[in-house]
Structures are given as structure tokens and as C-alpha cells.
Design a protein around this ligand. Structure first.
Ligand code: IPE
Ligand code: IPE
Ligand code: MG
Length: 252
């Protein structure tokens, strides 16, 4: 994993890519395999994608691992998904740390099994000083829940006596994505074209790319293809001209 984008990185590529990793179940079903195998293969796809992202000039990757609505799945599937977090952190955390990756977990801690909450804390604490790449894993995450929590934080601060002004900047500081670069590109795999409660606030001016590929088949090639599509887009942020710099801060 390198700190600097490689020379072949698109000049105006996305800094922050968010991925809705969808299609594990269908991938397995098509092969007559249990869904758990699809989820396991999905972790391999995640490894490939994390490796490819900085090579394609991406600085931050946010991946949707488990939504606040995914608790409605059968208990054995929920437990398989929790098991994968344990396995992924166990096997990959030291390697990610050594590569300078900072890991952040977005979403509510409350409601997670206590050992998963502890694993999440450990992953964040161990990598807190890293700055070569930011990996945000949305787990027990819902965009609505995140907005509710951000609003609650403002209420708490106001109740504590602070002079709180409710504006976009202030609300944004209470979101779990606070501090990460603006989301440039949201990708969803498996052909579905919806957000499913992912990054509702952050999606405001993100470009969206929908790919047919099922998540367990994902990797460098598919990510490069999504980034190439992003490169064809004109971002106007409500104005009349395309904004040449791809990031929100260039807009006047
Ligand atoms: C995505 O794959 C992984 C999670 C939602 C955790 P799915 O399990 O949603 O796979 P499909 O959509 O049923 O194929
Ligand atoms: C979104 O996928 C959540 C994750 C990828 C973790 P879902 O498969 O849960 O979304 P729906 O149910 O198809 O909208
Ligand atoms: Mg799905």
C-alpha cells in the first residue's frame, strides 16, 4: 500500500469512494452454496479492493458491512456476518496497521455483541496514528440513525450550556464520517440501484455508479472501471459550469 497515488492514477479521480458491497447471497445461490460462503468470498473481495484502492489514487474507502436493517435477517446469517468481523480483524488488522491504514468503524456501538464492540475499539485504537489510507467500515450503520445521533449530540451540547447553532457544518461534525474527505463516488454492486440507508447526508453530491458484478467477484479491475466512469462525469454542484476540481471545497 503506498501513500502517494501511482502515476497511472486518473488525474481527477475520487479521493473518497464508498462501496455498497452487495450480492454475496446471490453469488452463493447461483453456485448452489450456502450464503455464508458468499459472505466469506466477499471478505476476499474486500481484501483485493482495499489493496487496489490506493494504487488507483483513492485516499479513503468506506464500505458498507452491515446495516441497521440487516438485523432482520435470520439469526444464523447475522451470526455468520459477526463471525467474519472477528476473523477479518484477527487476520488483517496487523497487516493493515503495518501498511499505514487507519481503520474507523462507522455506526452504532450500542447493540453490537460486546466482543465485537471490543474488537472495533481495538482496531481503531491500534491504527489511530496512521495516515497513509483511511478505511471506514460501516457496521451496524444506518444513514438515518447516524443523522439522529448527530442531532442528539447537538441537543446534548446545547443542554450542557453551549451556544449551538444548527447549521450544516455543525450537524456534519456529529456524523460518524466527520473528518473524512467528502464522498466523491458511491458504488453499488449486484445491479441494485438504491442506497439502502447508506450515507444519506454524504451522498448529496456524490457521483453514483451501479455495477452488475456481484460483490464476491469484485477487485482491482471492477474498481478501476467504476473510477473510469467517475472520470466521465461532470460535477456542477448546482451551478452552471462543471467544477474542474473534483472535490466540494473548490466550489464557490
Ligand atoms: C451483501 O450481500 C452483504 C450484506 C448485506 C451483509 P447480500 O447478503 O445482501 O447478498 P444478496 O443481496 O442477498 O445477494
Ligand atoms: C445493503 O445491502 C447493506 C450492505 C451491503 C451491508 P442489503 O442487501 O441489505 O440491501 P437491500 O435489502 O437489498 O436494500
Ligand atoms: Mg443484498
Amino acid at each position: 500500500m503506498s501513500a502517494e497515488p501511482v502515476a497511472t492514477a486518473p488525474e481527477k479521480g475520487p479521493r473518497h469512494v464508498a462501496l455498497i458491497m452487495d450480492g454475496n447471497g446471490r453469488w452463493a445461490q447461483r453456485r448452489g452454496l450456502p450464503r455464508a460462503v458468499g459472505h466469506r468470498e466477499g471478505v476476499q473481495a474486500l481484501r483485493r479492493t482495499i489493496k487496489a484502492a490506493p494504487e488507483l489514487g483513492v485516499e479513503c474507502l468506506t464500505v458498507f458491512g452491515f446495516s441497521t436493517e440487516n438485523w432482520s435477517r435470520p439469526a444464523d446469517e447475522v451470526s455468520d456476518l459477526m463471525g467474519l468481523v472477528r476473523a477479518f480483524v484477527g487476520s488483517d488488522l496487523n497487516r493493515l496497521d503495518a501498511a499505514g491504514v487507519r481503520v474507523k468503524v462507522l455506526g452504532r456501538r450500542k447493540g453490537l455483541p460486546s466482543d465485537i464492540a471490543a474488537i472495533v475499539e481495538r482496531a481503531e485504537a491500534q491504527t489511530a496514528g496512521n495516515d497513509k489510507f483511511l478505511l471506514q467500515v460501516a457496521f451496524n450503520y444506518g444513514g438515518r440513525a447516524d443523522l439522529v445521533d448527530a442531532a442528539q449530540r447537538l441537543v446534548d451540547r446545547a443542554r450542557a450550556g453551549e451556544d449551538v447553532v444548527v447549521d450544516e457544518e455543525m450537524l456534519g461534525t456529529g456524523l460518524s464520517t466527520a473528518g473524512s474527505p467528502p464522498v466523491d463516488l458511491i458504488v453499488r454492486t449486484s445491479g441494485e440501484q438504491r442506497l439502502s440507508n447508506f450515507l444519506l447526508w454524504e451522498a448529496a453530491y456524490a457521483e453514483m455508479v451501479f455495477q452488475e458484478i456481484l460483490w464476491p467477484d469484485y477487485g482491482a479491475e471492477a474498481l478501476a472501471e467504476a473510477i473510469a466512469q467517475f472520470g466521465q462525469r461532470e460535477r456542477r454542484y448546482g451551478g452552471r459550469e462543471a467544477v474542474t476540481a473534483p472535490y466540494g471545497e473548490a466550489v464557490s
